[in-house]
Ligand binder design. Structure first.
Ligand code: PMP
Ligand code: GLU
Length: 397
């Protein structure tokens, strides 16, 4: 007899990973696929980081690691936060986990009780809402419009806050829109949050370095809310290390301790070798980060140029990350053969099967009417993908 818990039954499957899997399956059947679904840098991990991992193996970093991570890595992260972000978190306030994904889930499970409200501006990354569901919290979604470059306003935030609000989850630069809040825009939100001391501010800054605005402000740099702000970051995006699975939270000490207790019963400390590699990423030369940022900037410009030529798509210029989030509802109601496009999910499936380009429906990011394209792939792949998308969309009448 099959018996699945209500907790897992109520979870949605990760749409980003599911579309990527579908793309891989079609590719295995011999179809030439272009995968613009999953968001991961297409670069190899820089050499000096790989060398550090090889050294860690030779030097027998093969034993269980401390639950919150090696002290040397937590010190390197603490120094990074001071050096790059001007913020002060002691190594004891940092807990390293298996990717930013686990770091986020750790914090949500450690801070949210059943019934607590978590405010999430949407569109938002697929896993936030599901993590809140795991903690039996309530998602309170604030829609941000393409006209406002997918950013919420202080008035929207104020209106969403109730006595049950326990947390706000902000992501800038954003997945899936690439929106980057300026310091002034963040200050507007902080002014509201400062009036509500019960709210924990969970700031996902994983795309910090893939930013085309020329400036980045960490949420923890506002003294009004610093003592209840948690920063999430990691090496996946900035150092092209998605498979190494190292991310962290930097949190108030009481919350870092709770997260450590949870992680100690659940997964233990993260991989010894990957931690030594991450330490090299933070303490070693940083030119690789800028080289990759410049490649993403070039591709951003290319993608915006090509997407703007597609009839019916509404496109804004993303300021960071490596995603484009066009509005595509002009195609809803159109047909090709016996296939009708009712929504963005149908359009994403149509593009997968007819154009052999994998994208993700905006519904997975709580924003129907849009699709997400990841441009973390070569310029040639981007050009070919848009040629295919243009041809396929022309079939819809
Ligand atoms: N936050 C956001 C906004 C993401 O897009 C991702 C996806 N990689 C993560 C967190 C998780 O990253 P990691 O690979 O470090 O788990
Ligand atoms: N964060 C990436 C994405 O949004 C990786 C896949 C995932 O973990 O969701 O595509």
């Amino acid at each position: 007899m099959e018996h699945i818990s209500n907790r897992v039954k109520s979870l949605a499957q990760s749409a980003t990973l599911a579309m990527s899997q579908k793309s891989a399956e079609l590719k295995a059947q011999g179809i030439s696929m272009i995968n613009l679904s999953v968001g991961e840098p297409d670069f190899n991990t820089p050499l000096h980081i790989k060398d550090a991992a090889k050294r860690a193996i030779d030097e027998n970093f093969s034993f269980y690691t401390p639950v919150p991570g090696y002290m040397s890595l937590r010190k390197a992260v603490s120094e990074k936060l001071r050096r790059e972000n001007g913020i002060d978190f002691a190594p004891e306030q940092i807990v390293v986990g298996n990717g930013a994904k686990q770091a986020l889930c750790n914090v949500i499970l450690s801070a949210i009780n059943p019934g607590d409200e978590v405010i999430i501006p949407v569109p938002a990354w697929v896993s936030y809402m599901e993590m809140v569901k795991l903690a039996e919290g309530h998602n309170v979604l604030i829609p941000a419009s393409i006209e406002n470059n997918f950013k919420i306003t202080p008035a929207q935030l104020e209106a969403a806050i109730t006595p049950a609000t326990r947390m706000i989850l902000l992501c800038s630069p954003s997945n899936p829109t690439g929106a980057v809040y300026s310091r002034d825009e963040l200050q507007g939100l902080v002014d509201v949050l400062a009036r509500h001391p019960q709210i924990i501010v969970l700031a996902d800054e994983i795309y910090e370095h893939i930013n085309f605005t020329g400036s980045f402000t960490s949420m923890a740099s506002f003294p009004e809310i610093k003592d209840r702000t948690v920063i999430i970051n990691g090496v996946s995006k900035a150092y092209a290390m998605t498979g190494w699975r190292i991310g962290y939270c930097a949190a108030p000490l009481w919350l870092a301790k709770a997260v450590t207790k949870l992680q100690g019963q659940y997964t233990s400390g993260a991989s010894s070798i990957a931690q030594k590699a991450a330490e090299a990423a933070y303490t070693g030369p940083q030119d690789c980060v800028e080289e990759m940022r410049l490649a993403f900037l070039r591709r951003r410009n290319l993608v915006v140029e090509l997407a703007s030529q597609i009839p019916g798509w509404k496109v804004n210029v993303p300021d960071g990350a490596f995603y484009l989030f066009p509005e595509v509802s002009a195609y809803f109601g159109k047909k090709y053969g016996d296939r009708t496009i009712a929504d963005a999910g149908d359009l994403a499936m149509f593009l997968l099967e007819e154009a052999h380009v994998a994208t993700v429906s905006g519904d997975a990011f709580a924003m129907p009417g849009y699709i997400r394209l990841s441009y973390a792939t070569s310029d040639d792949n981007i050009r070919e993908a848009f040629a295919r998308i243009t041809r396929a969309l022309a079939l819809l009448k």
